[in-house]
Design a protein around this ligand. Structure first.
Ligand SMILES: C[S@@+](CC[C@H](N)C(=O)[O-])C[C@H]1O[C@@H](n2cnc3c(N)ncnc32)[C@H](O)[C@@H]1O
Ligand code: SF4
Length: 476
């Protein structure tokens, strides 16, 4: 293996992953009580997490550790050499089922990898482990890939996630070939592993299942591991990268499953629901926003479910809030399916100045102390206080540069919005988001998820492809 396809570094840094492996190392060491020196073989070591954990625990117990880290992923081994802190470690590029090593190890740790080997190689690897261990030596093995590993209650999440990821990868690679053999999904049951290990000549001293709760970040991290992605989406080696991306794009949306929110709206007869895009101010500060692909997916669900409500006469008013490119997105979707009302919708979106005149013009925010802000997401900017000055005076005072700009933003807006054919509808979306992201309230809104092609820019050039646009006057 010459590239870093196998590295699963991101997941190896997840606290849940580290914790569960710490427990395995701890139990292995309990079976090696009284040792002053431990010779460890870290099999399928990748970037060396198991050695690092063992090193930390043996060090604090005053035990000397001599370890051999073996893997067939060379870049991972190079990384392990840089990162592993164990003093007495050697690194070996070899396969687990044919060990170029003599007997004499006190322990072999075969972490999170056995499922990657086919059944014959699993048997060979275990026989090799038996051969290199001295009598009384300990083998510690763990895997998440076995029959029955997924708790019943996690299955709906898993199947929704994989369904979405399949749609996503098929969209990215419409002609893709499916991998014929996907070892990670050929699960053995726990009893199958017990039998294999026993047949290799080991006496089982402990066997247990540990339930691990994975955070959203952990699931995203495991998605970036190409071996996992290949297994989950039946992808070939060539498509592994796209498979990993498809899983990552789908995961966050699945966690926040909008479909279930719509089910709830219908079941509880909620008659109005607003879906807000993230504005990273106030409570939203520091929250990671959706990627453009995720925003589009979320919009697709909202539009699809709202139309379904309409068709079935379910009475609920559904709004999306604070990202005005939702309007053009909806228009483009109507055009794409030849909806006869598309042009009417276009005119309605443009009506009254479209999205050019909200904050600072059509709406504002007066907080509980009487301070006046451009909108509720822009509480960090104040124009004045209604206890000191009349609202009408504060609101029309364009001596304030931000107020002057908001009253006439069209000529100030910069970036890709300038060449966008939807500027008269969208108005450059939410100015405060641009201000938070760049410090400049007139920069492009970073949450715009429309592509260059959709907005009429020559892809990647930032130039308008449609020629000059007409100016429209906005009146509120
Ligand atoms: C999920 S990582 C596990 C890394 C580490 N043992 C841990 O528990 O964190 C799986 C590793 O198995 C390695 N691997 C897969 N098949 C192997 C084989 N036949 N021989 C050696 N390593 C192998 C991969 O290269 C990868 O680095
Ligand atoms: S590029 Fe700017 S104006 Fe065009 S849709 Fe996106 S945010 Fe709106």
């Amino acid at each position: 293996m010459t590239d870093n396809d196998q590295i699963f570094e991101a997941f190896a840094k997840e606290p849940a992953y580290i914790h569960v492996n710490e427990r395995l190392v701890g139990r292995m060491l309990r079976h090696l009580k009284g040792y002053k020196t431990i010779h460890l073989l870290d099999l399928a070591a990748a970037t060396g997490l198991m050695t690092s954990l063992t090193d930390r625990m043996t060090r604090s117990a005053g035990i000397e550790l001599k370890s051999t880290l073996l893997d067939l992923d060379l870049p991972a081994l190079h990384q392990a050499r840089r990162e592993v802190t164990a003093q007495n470690a050697s690194y070996l590029y070899a396969s687990a089922d044919s060990l170029p090593l003599r007997s004499g190890y006190d322990a072999v740790i075969f972490g999170n990898s056995i499922h990657l080997l086919d059944n014959e190689s699993k048997e060979k690897a275990l026989a090799e482990n038996r051969r290199v261990l001295r009598d009384g030596g300990v083998l510690a093995v763990n895997t998440t890939f076995y029959e029955g590993a997924y708790p019943e209650e996690s299955k709906p999440f898993y199947s929704r996630w994989i369904r979405r990821a399949i749609v996503e990868i098929n969209r990215r690679l419409p002609q893709r070939d499916k991998a014929e053999k996907v070892q990670a999904l050929e699960f053995l049951p726990a009893q199958g592993y017990r039998d294999l290990i026993t047949r290799a000549g080991f006496k089982i001293v402990e066997m247990r299942e540990r339930r691990v709760l994975l955070s959203q970040a952990a699931v995203r991290a495991i998605s970036s591991y190409k071996e996992f992605a290949k297994g989950a989406l039946h992808a070939t080696d060539e498509d592994a990268e796209e498979a990993a991306r498809a899983l990552q794009v789908s995961v966050r949306q699945t966690f926040n499953d909008l479909h279930r929110i719509f089910d709830f709206i219908e079941a509880e007869k909620v008659n109005r629901a607003c879906f807000y895009h993230l504005v990273p101010s106030g409570r939203g500060h520091g929250v990671v926003d959706l990627s453009p692909a995720e925003s589009r997916q979320a919009m697709d669900v909202i539009l699809e479910r709202t139309m379904d409500f309409h068709r079935r006469n379910v009475s609920a008013e559904i709004l999306t809030v604070d990202n005005h490119c939702d309007g053009p997105y909806m228009y483009l979707k109507m055009k794409a399916v030849g909806d006869p009302r598309a042009e009417e919708v276009y005119e309605m979106l443009k009506w009254n100045g479209g999205g050019l005149y909200p904050s600072g013009v059509g709406f504002g925010c007066i907080d509980f102390l009487g301070n006046v802000h451009p909108d509720q997401f822009w509480m960090h900017y104040t124009f004045g206080n209604v206890r000191e000055r009349k609202f009408s005076e504060i609101w029309m005072d364009t001596a304030d540069p931000l107020m002057a700009g908001l009253k006439d933003r069209r000529k100030r807006i910069k970036g890709r919005c300038v060449g966008c054919r939807f500027l008269d509808l969208c108005g450059g979306a939410l100015r405060v988001r641009a201000e938070i992201a760049t410090g400049d309230p007139w920069a492009s809104d970073p949450a715009c998820y429309l592509t260059d092609e959709e907005i009429g820019l020559k892809p990647g050039t930032g130039e308008g492809a449609l020629g000059p646009r007409t100016e429209t006057a906005g009146v509120v």
